[in-house]
Ligand binder design. Structure first.
Ligand SMILES: Nc1ncnc2c1ncn2[C@@H]1O[C@H](COP(=O)(O)OP(=O)(O)OP(=O)(O)O)[C@@H](O)[C@H]1O
Ligand SMILES: [Mg+2]
Length: 280
């Protein structure tokens, strides 16, 4: 086993009387593509929200690259190297693709927000470098033809890639993808699988993804964790998870039916564009 990059121990998060995540444990190794699956409402996004600092856990510990990040705010966790995308796409719909990626670049900006107001030296140079890095990322995720298009007008598949490019602009070592295939057609989904593997290799990332499309999960994830009602019910490689009776009863039975009905997507899982953009 290689060194862990992320260790989650006994993580619990409540919302009123609902225990969304209940004593969850997970250890993700460096360079792995990992999957987090389970039925609707199982607590998957809540795990992402606590790891990325959007929610504080009620109990438990999250250690990233040897540092205890439990309860740290999102902007700090982003600077430590964890970036994420959202289940419902959050782009600035009226800004161009390049401008959206630049938002991610601003997370690493050294100059303060007020410096442009007083023509502080070096501000324009830094802005130019953030723009050229954003343009490069747009090229690397194959969105060049959309670079000056408004994000809200892009096809779903391109919007999802754009969100990933914006996450990459924060220079992460760990990428959390919340349902990257939602809303994609079969061809886009196929391309996404290759894209995720390429991202890991070219950017030297560790990737943890939530996904309901079992073709994606079983095709790219080297290790899979299964949540049900906030609790971990199984952990292992694709073969083991597909054979696990508890997983079949709690989730995979339904998912196989859903896949037969329409590509494994669920109602309500489609992307929403033009909502508030966020960079981490
Ligand atoms: N901000 C919140 N306020 C109140 N309840 C919440 C909040 N976020 C999540 N929950 C509840 O916590 C539980 C887990 O939700 P979560 O979004 O983590 O599930 P999920 O596994 O991501 O589901 P899905 O596959 O539908 O996205 C659900 O019962 C949900 O209603
Ligand atoms: Mg979710």
């Amino acid at each position: 086993m290689t060194a862990p990059i992320l260790q989650i121990t006994d993580l619990t998060r409540n919302f009123g009387g609902v225990v969304a995540v209940n004593g969850f444990n997970m250890t993700v190794e460096h360079g792995m593509i990992a999957g987090l699956i389970g039925p609707n409402g199982a607590g998957k996004t809540t795990v992402f929200n606590t790891v990325s600092g959007f929610y504080r856990p009620n109990a438990g510990r999250i250690v990233f690259e040897g540092r205890d990040i439990t309860g740290s705010p999102a902007h700090r966790i982003c600077r430590y190297g964890i970036a994420r995308t959202f289940q419902n796409i959050r782009l600035f719909g009226n800004a161009t693709a390049v401008e959206n990626v630049m938002v991610g670049g601003h997370v690493r900006r050294k100059k303060q927000w007020w410096m442009p107001l007083v023509f502080w030296p070096g501000v324009m140079e830094e802005e130019r470098s953030i723009r050229s890095r954003a343009e490069e990322l747009i090229r690397r995720v194959d969105l060049e033809r959309y670079r000056n298009e408004k994000a809200g007008a892009l096809p779903y598949g391109a919007q999802r890639r754009l969100e990933i490019a914006r996450a990459l602009a924060t220079e992460p070592t760990f990428l959390l993808l919340d349902e990257p295939a939602a809303g994609m057609n079969p061809q886009e989904t196929e391309e996404l699988m290759q894209f995720i593997k390429r991202l890991r290799d070219e950017f030297g990332l560790t990737i943890l993804l939530i996904e309901h499309d079992m073709k994606v999960v079983m095709g790219v994830c080297e290790r899979i964790w299964v949540l049900d009602y906030g609790r971990l019910i199984a952990e292992g490689d694709a073969e083991r998870i597909q054979r696990d009776q508890r997983v079949i009863e709690a989730y995979l039975g339904d998912s196989i039916d859903a896949a037969a009905d329409g590509g494994g997507e669920r109602a309500g899982a489609g992307p929403e564009s033009g909502t508030e953009g966020e960079s981490c």
